[in-house]
Design a protein around this ligand. Structure first.
Ligand SMILES: Cc1cc2nc3c(=O)[nH]c(=O)nc-3n(C[C@H](O)[C@H](O)[C@H](O)COP(=O)(O)OP(=O)(O)OC[C@H]3O[C@@H](n4cnc5c(N)ncnc54)[C@H](O)[C@@H]3O)c2cc1C
Length: 383
């Protein structure tokens, strides 16, 4: 990058210019891999937890189509369900980048679990932190006990999300919610739901308002789990509102601004989904390389064949490119800079490369990828 030097007499000599440039360079992180102490600690702690405590349970969770309650407790105990929540509210008080690192590390062993962490941190907690009232922020259960879901999609409104039909009708100081949501991740285990409902249908999408709904509110129910091809341990259900009475104080942010919050925060959350793809591809890569060193054909480890090494180098490069796009987008968010173009490119690349990397890894893995017991095969189900 070309640095523009200040135009004044002190900067005329080369010596002054060089000093200025070296001072400026010192302030600029050397690379996207420059982590703060807290970020480093987050990455290492989550990597250790994932390898030691989560990985041994992944197969069981996948087969039972359910996240082990002990694993969710572990996430809370280690501050991973309130990463950016201020310490005064019991959270870890870290930054968005720390969330991205945590999501990436968990995804290396279990993407469905990282979806729980991603939605809790970069959608639910992030929205409450940014637009919640002090009373809403003080809800300690979200950092200590309660998982959460973000509820927007309905059977007929997916991409056209603001065509949603769930309504909220004012009744005294409450709102009465009616309707159904579909494809709601984590709703099998969540206790708190951020629900987009239209409280003024005559105003079109400008009536969409965000409500905080709790699982035990009368009239609220969770339907059966979708029988998905992949991400099976992540519970995805329909949820129903049958005259659910929600106090006005449970409106999150401003009345009729739900569409703005949705658009803004789903963009940030896309960085988390892209980080998930990077972690998934890296996990698959890490699981396959040792096998290529171990497995012998024609009297040599298959890793030693040059064509194998070309493929491995190509996959490693794809993963690295995707990761750098994700890290860059996360730093832009943190610095309040425009990030949408970066993350749209990033998400497309991460999803495509994650798929490519995994199918390439399947080739390197020989017959093993077709077996449920080995990570590459299971990874295919999680995309
Ligand atoms: C595993 C899983 C978990 C999910 N979790 C959640 C959750 O927690 N909360 C939640 O609210 N939702 C959730 N969703 C729903 C998800 O957000 C929707 O699937 C998504 O918004 C797309 O909607 P749709 O599937 O109805 O596709 P549709 O909107 O029906 O689209 C079908 C196809 O048409 C294309 N298309 C649509 N409109 C246009 C257009 N104008 N121009 C060009 N192409 C177009 C789409 O890109 C897509 O390829 C989840 C979905 C899945 C599969």
């Amino acid at each position: 990058m070309r640095v523009r030097l200040p135009h004044n007499k002190h900067f005329r000599t080369r010596q002054c210019q060089q000093r200025y440039l070296s001072e400026t360079a010192f302030q600029t992180p050397a690379s996207l891999y420059s982590f703060s102490e807290e970020e480093k600690m987050m990455k290492e702690t989550v990597a250790r937890l994932a390898a030691e405590k989560i990985a041994p349970l992944v197969r069981k969770m996948e087969e039972e189509s359910k996240i082990d309650p002990g694993v969710i407790e572990l996430l809370f105990e280690n501050g991973l369900m309130g990463i950016e929540v201020d310490t005064q509210y019991g959270g870890s008080g870290l930054n968005f980048f720390a969330t991205i690192l945590a999501v990436e590390e968990i995804s290396k062993v279990d993407p469905p679990l990282s979806l729980l962490v991603e939605i809790q941190n970069s959608l639910v907690n992030a929205l409450i932190k940014k637009i919640g009232t002090p009373e809403q922020k003080e809800k300690p259960l979200l950092v200590s006990k309660w998982s959460s879901s973000f509820c927007l999609s309905e059977s007929h409104s997916g991409t056209d999300a603001f065509a949603l039909k769930t309504v909220a009708v004012k009744d005294g100081s409450d709102y009465i919610l009616n309707g159904s949501k579909m494809w709601i991740s984590n709703s099998d285990v969540a206790s708190l739901f951020l629900v987009m409902a239209n409280a003024k249908p005559s105003a079109g999408y400008r009536g969409i308002t965000c409500f905080i709904v709790e699982r035990d509110m009368p009239g609220f129910s969770v339907g059966k789990k979708e029988n998905k091809l992949g991400m099976r341990s992540s519970g995805t259900c329909m949820i129903h509102f049958d005259n659910v009475r929600v106090p006005e104080s449970n409106i999150l942010g401003e009345f009729g601004h739900g569409y703005k919050y949705t658009a803004g925060f789903l963009n940030e959350s896309r960085i988390g989904i892209a980080a998930q793809m990077v972690g998934l591809a890296q996990g698959c890569f890490d699981a396959t390389i040792p096998y290529t060193l171990e497995r012998k054909q024609f009297g040599h480890p298959i890793y030693s064949f040059q064509s194998m090494q070309h493929q491995i180098a190509h996959i490693a490069t794809q993963i690295e490119c995707a990761r750098l796009l994700v890290y860059n987008a996360a730093r832009l968010v943190e610095n309040g800079q425009p990030f949408c173009k970066g993350i749209f490119n990033g998400k497309i690349l991460c999803i495509r490369d994650s798929r490519n990397c995994n199918s390439e890894m399947h080739r390197l893995d020989g017959w093993r990828w077709f077996h449920k017991r080995f990570p590459t095969g299971k990874v295919l189900q999680r995309l």
